[in-house]
Design a protein. Sequence first.
Length: 538
Amino acid sequence: MIEGNFVDVISGDIFPASLDLYEHHLVRINRRPVGHDHYIIPGMIDCHIHIESSKLCPSRFAEMAMVHGVTAVVADPHEIANVMGMAGINYMVADGAKVPMHFFFTAPSCVPATPWETSGSVLGWREVRSMLEKDQFVALGEMMDYLGVIDEDPDVLAKIEVAKDMGKPIDGHCPGLTGEDLEKYIYAGISTDHESITLEEAEEKAMRGMTIMVREGSASRNMKDLIPFAKDNRCFLVTDDMEADELVKGYMDKRLKLAVEYGMDPIHALRAVTLWPAEHYGLDIGKVEPAAPADFVIVKDLESFKVKAVYVGGRLVARNGKPLFKVEPLEVHPAIHHQDRAPQDFLIAHQGPRVRVRLMEVMSRQIESMAGEVEMAIWDGHIRPDPNRDIAIIAVANRYREAPLSLGFIRGFGLKRGAIASTVAHDSHNIVCVGVDPASMAKAMNEVSRKGGYVATDGIREASLELDVAGLMSTSHIQDVVDNDGRVIDLVRELGCELPSPFMTLSFQCLLVLPELKMSDRGLFDSVEMRFVDPVIG
């Protein structure tokens, strides 16, 4: 028997109660005359997250997420799908099945993410159908190709029609879309959006029929700006991306606390992470009643939402910040073509004393990179990086097969020496490297291609975070991931980079759907004109 102040998210009532369990099933909720100093709430749901962003495989993610009261997620395996296709998606399902958390998935809709880069797979409408036929797949994943929807691209519409035919909702992704284009996008059948960053944007999308996901993640934090809308409307609270170091400190419990601090009614906030997302995705969770799975959380109060105990299927799975289940992650190969680069591979040859080049301009805490121009000196027939002016070389290597490097110039990392490299590079996750020393760049790229993950080096010293699952996630315990990540960042700081999240910033330099200049494994890409450009002007 479990006792506490029971929070009924359906009626909105709160009353002292005891829960009668028989063979781990909830059979009765009894009203009691005496109150308690803790509350019983439904298990929390994050209905839009990319597990890969945590750098943890699903089972390791669950190990920490569940101590914060999250008993279910709706995850879009978009990142690993772009690297490994169905093999990667099947890995996510199988590894998640090894722990008590409910892992639901959306079928990735944009693999490959763009036609201007090399990815590891192509998923069409047939693959989408095969996923949506399975119970674990509850929706079509975020339709990032909103231009394809508006322009009625046949391949895009075919995936949407499959989801509609099977009665599954379609998640959206349409930053800044407005007016007739937004109306056409929604009319295609897309029902949610997590990209609203202003109150006006959220209100227009909701007015036209969308359910707004209020995002408060590690990369993008929008709750404060959207709280006037969120307080008065049915919505979902989501994270989208959640870094391991933040997950240690809190998850949806922290989002509930923040929402209440901003003035949201606690019952309204709870519904946004329990009942409403469960109803939208057709899940039989999100509420505590005899007909539903016995997933519930004991919290200290409805202000801090400090988690004391977590039950899934009537079984105690976490207590006082500790998981009570064993984690044995599945292993999978890194899916990276080993590089054997030489220092001269990272230099652009050119004749003459000086030359004008295009420059990617990084902005701190932003995922966009602006386009600039700068004059560079030529030494020994090559255009050299210039750390005194914060101008570094950026290189992207095809992670899937042998191919020439793509090279360009970038400002904003602040490197005085050395290089950093990563196999996390949204969305196709080719290998990306930034440095001011070609020898260090060769060392960093070659090393990261063998381990997967992050590498920083000054040519002598080296620090790395190994991500053994597709070069995106780790099977190690979260604290080991956080500690190793910290050691890499410490060396990056010594190299001169002061960006708050240098590897996250690095990864977004390859996201070709964002302005203004980005780098693909096929070359420097102008994402305003939607065309490849030469790094050298003229």
